[in-house]
Write a protein that binds this ligand. Structure first.
Ligand code: ZN
Length: 299
């Protein structure tokens, strides 16, 4: 199962309906918790997910709305008896803050600290790219390797079934039949998370080919001056980012508390998003990963 559980969608000031940030990506039995802001522990309960489902915690940067929930979540994991290793990823520039937050959590977790200071892979399939904000900030993406989808009718006409199919997949050829003969290319799924940033190359790289892009959309287009000053995206800029990357679904989040009606932001993002579906995130939403884009099998 691959889905995103939205735990919070507010920037800076939480509201009655929007908690500070928090996003739990459930991906093949592993959990990636991004930017646990204040209140994340309780939001997990509301969302019906458990802290024990978390294996990686990924901070984009150490502003409070993205990390003040860390001690609570870590302590809860100890209380719930988590024994598996937990990996904490964060920008190296946030070391002091991260250590302070970790130091007040209940000890006893098998916690591994992984600071990063450059673009690259920080865990299997998990990559970071630098963003452009007021403190050192990195966005994340999770990339499944490209693969191939087997075509049952081709397998049948080649007379292959059972263990032969597994052997063909491992060895690439079985007698006269190659794997290419009985399958089509399948693009691996891609999830990307672009938090606090002005438009930048790192954001574009993360968005490239994403099936699901979670992007901050702090300001409406008419507040572009504020977005420029505080290094954030407007809704229109988030849409343009999705369009440039050929994104399937754009999930807008990290809203300023000044907007009671988010349909304006959605409309502005839609106007620039090209073929991407635009969705406004609400606390406790569950967003399934959009299906992979498959090459049409020749008949
Ligand atoms: Zn923020």
């Amino acid at each position: 199962m691959r889905e995103l559980v939205v735990l919070g969608t507010a920037s800076q000031v939480p509201t009655r309906t929007r908690n500070h940030n928090g996003y739990l990506l459930l991906w093949d039995g592993r959990g990636y918790l991004f930017d646990p802001g204040e209140g994340t522990q309780r939001q997990l309960t509301y969302a019906g997910v458990s802290a024990t489902q978390v294996h990686h915690i990924c901070l984009t940067h150490v502003h409070g709305d993205h990390c003040y929930g860390l001690p609570g979540v870590l302590s809860r994991m100890v209380l719930d008896g988590v024994t598996h290793p937990v990996h904490l990823h964060y920008p190296a520039g946030g070391e002091e803050t991260v250590r302070a937050l970790v130091s007040v959590a209940t000890p006893g977790l098998d916690l591994h600290l992984h600071p990063h200071g450059a673009a690259g892979e920080v865990a299997p399939g998990l990559e970071v790219r630098p963003l452009h904000h007021r403190v050192e900030t990195y966005g994340y993406r999770l990339v499944e390797p490209d693969g191939r989808t087997l075509l049952p009718h081709r397998l049948a006409s080649a007379g292959l079934s059972g263990p032969d199919v597994g052997r063909l997949q491992r060895e690439g050829r079985l007698g006269d039949v190659t794997l290419e003969d009985v399958s089509v290319p399948r693009r691996g799924q891609r999830f990307a998370l672009v938090m606090d940033t002005a438009p930048c190359a790192g954001a574009e790289e993360l968005a490239e080919g994403a099936h699901l892009l979670v992007a901050e959309s702090t300001f409406a287009d008419e507040d572009a001056e504020l977005a420029r000053e505080y290094l954030h995206l407007t809704a229109g800029q988030a849409g343009a980012l999705a369009a440039a990357g050929g994104v399937r679904t754009l999930l807008l989040t990290h809203f300023s508390s000044r907007y009671a009606d988010l349909t304006v932001l959605r409309d502005q993002a839609e106007a620039t998003a090209g073929g991407a579906a635009v969705v406004v995130a609400h606390d406790l939403d569950r967003v399934p990963m959009p299906r992979r884009r498959e090459v049409r099998p020749p008949s």
